[in-house]
Design a protein around this ligand. Structure first.
Ligand SMILES: Nc1ncnc2c1ncn2[C@@H]1O[C@H](COP(=O)(O)OP(=O)(O)OP(=O)(O)O)[C@@H](O)[C@H]1O
Ligand SMILES: [Mg+2]
Length: 430
């Protein structure tokens, strides 16, 4: 079997040379290795996969660090205790020494179509999504506050849930607060609760959402839309880790991790004086930016496949198996202002409408077909417009050449090296 991808491999072992020989003999092209210099954590994100020798000193620390960036394969003599420990620490697979060509080859075959780091429930293997997965892993290993930014429907809540699920707080509550849905008049009672007798009608003690989230994660959604009062109130909880119920006389301590999300530009809001800078710094310890779907179109086919599987059971009469090339083409050329949520809605609707086992162009909403014909108006700076246009062209050339870079370069009338530079610049994965 021919391996279609080249890999960037990080090897942590005294016997690295042996591994490189195996890579060579099974025909794997190494795009980047650490043959020449020890890598700093800054460039870990450029590797696809790591091999860590568990017979070497300090392998546990290396494995824990590297697994945030890429799948880690451990290898060593068959010391069962160490093997189990490496799996517990997050190794993806284990290979026994002496290494055999076939078992190494199998590892690469398994990984060639997979994103570097998979996060349950999140689909997409574009380079930019891999950065998001790295951010999730990092955030899950710490207790720092996280700010997630991204356009509407891009997956902010999904990412927040993934961080919670992977963190040590996973067994405890994940509480979502939709900030824009709480009016200032109800703010304190919703967030902090009240004591019995605090006001007329308060004939029981009520816990607030912050208290419910104790030992867990509190997710403030749409934080960019909150009032100055809201900002002041939550700043105190975040800073002090405590609050007072309405009518209460003493502060209550809570252990909560805060994750916030917004589609607003908070730096700009701070400059305009709409958002408190001190609160912004508290929230923005780890920042995860989710790219809009139109900038990672390579994720569209796998998202469609995922949503077809997710929603096809709603049709009892037919089993929807896929989508026609023509319909896929229409979706690939659409800009998705509503991002992944919009794509999911389109697929769900098409499943309900279709008369065949495949989603066809007729099952797509009319507005999609209209935008295909109307000339696109590119607003914004010229450079951005040119970049978008270039990306579209490169993307369709890669589609036509089924990922073959030389052929795509030929179609575009440029040199292969030039195309490779562009792919790197635009972070397009092949
Ligand atoms: N990478 C992804 N893989 C699978 N499903 C996704 C992905 N991203 C988003 N979705 C789905 O798209 C929908 C919207 O996601 P989510 O609610 O997390 O977006 P959001 O950014 O919080 O949106 P809003 O800004 O409107 O609150 C959900 O049904 C979610 O499951
Ligand atoms: Mg949301």
């Amino acid at each position: 079997m021919v391996l279609l991808r080249s890999f960037s491999v990080l090897v942590i072992s005294e016997e690295a040379k042996k591994l490189y020989e195996i890579f060579d003999s099974i025909g794997i092209t190494l795009r980047k290795t650490n043959k020449t210099k020890a890598s700093s954590s800054a460039d870990f994100s450029t590797y696809d996969i790591a091999f860590v020798d568990i017979d070497a000193e300090g392998w546990e620390k290396r494995l824990t660090e590297l697994k945030q960036y890429m799948p880690v394969i451990t290898f060593g003599k068959s010391d069962i205790k160490k093997v189990v420990k490496s799996m517990k620490l997050g190794a993806t697979d284990f290979l026994q020494k002496p290494l055999k060509n076939d078992s190494v080859k199998e590892i690469f075959e398994n990984f060639k179509d997979k994103p570097k780091i998979e996060i349950e429930g999140l689909i997409g293997k574009s380079r930019t999504m891999e950065d998001v997965y790295c951010g999730i892993r990092k955030a899950a290993l710490t207790d720092s506050n996280v700010l997630i930014t991204g356009e509407t429907g891009s997956g902010k809540e999904l990412v927040a849930r993934a961080i919670h699920k992977l963190s040590e707080r996973r067994e405890n509550p994940f509480i979502v607060i939709n900030c824009s849905a709480i009016p200032d008049t109800l703010l304190e009672s919703e967030l902090f609760g009240f004591e019995k007798g605090a006001f007329t009608g308060a004939n029981y003690t009520k816990k607030g959402l912050v208290e419910w989230a104790h030992r867990g994660t509190l997710f403030f959604d749409e934080i960019g839309d909150v009032s100055p009062l809201f900002q002041t109130k939550i700043l105190r909880v975040i800073q002090e880790g405590e609050f007072i119920r309405i009518g209460g006389s003493h502060p209550i301590k809570v252990d909560v991790r805060f994750i916030t999300a917004t589609n607003k530009d908070l730096t700009k809001a701070c400059k305009e004086g709409i958002f408190r800078e001190d609160l912004f710094y508290r929230l923005n310890v780890i920042h995860i930016e989710i790219p809009p779907l139109r900038n990672r179109k390579e994720d569209i086919p796998s998202l469609i496949e995922f949503f077809i599987k997710k929603h096809s059971s709603k049709r009892k009469d037919v089993t929807i198996k896929g989508i026609t090339e023509e319909a896929l083409d229409v979706l690939m050329n659409y800009s998705f202002p509503g991002n992944v949520r919009e794509l999911e809605n389109i697929i769900e609707r098409a499943i309900a409408f279709t008369n065949s086992v495949e989603i066809t162009i007729k099952d797509l909403p009319d507005y999609l077909l209209k935008t295909q014909h109307s000339k696109k108006t590119l607003l914004g700076p010229l450079r951005e417009a040119v970049d978008t246009f270039e990306k579209e062209l490169i993307w369709s050339a890669l589609q036509k050449s089924r990922g073959n870079i030389s052929r795509a370069a030929e179609l575009l009338g440029i040199h292969r090296q030039q195309l490779q530079r562009k792919l790197k610049q635009f972070k397009i994965a092949t």
